[in-house]
Design a protein around this ligand. Sequence first.
Ligand code: SF4
Length: 153
Amino acid sequence: MPCNCRSEEITVAAHCLLNPLTRVRGLAPVPFQPEGPTVQLPCPEALYLGLERWAVTRNQLDVPQFRRFCRTLIEPYADLLQMLAHEGASLRIVGLAGSPSCGVEMTSSGYTGGLPCGAEHVHVSGRGVFMEELLAELERRGVPFRAEEIGKK
Ligand code: SF4
């Protein structure tokens, strides 16, 4: 008798929770050990800016071209998540607290460009750009999910 394995919970994780090598250089890995099936989302910042990028804040990424890029990445994943949810899976989306791209409840603000000088940034309430686009796309499609974040300081 085949089991309906697709009815279980699926963790949908920000990329660097499983592969910390995409984080901005010098940032420590965030401990994360998902149980059960896990979908690893793409890392929008590494794919857009590369591995030698500077740390950025949400206001710097909140530009049309980065949002467009995020939506391009998101579309096939939203297709997959929609199909899995249609088969009965419950989706648990896990972002990274404070990230300008992947924060769910908390993101970052403060850098305004210019030469790198160690300027201060702060964590503020709100979603990162990539997560905002992903969750909005799932809502637009009527795909049920719950979203949380880890890594709060
Ligand atoms: S939080 Fe998102 S954008 Fe930042 S390194 Fe992790 S996966 Fe990439």
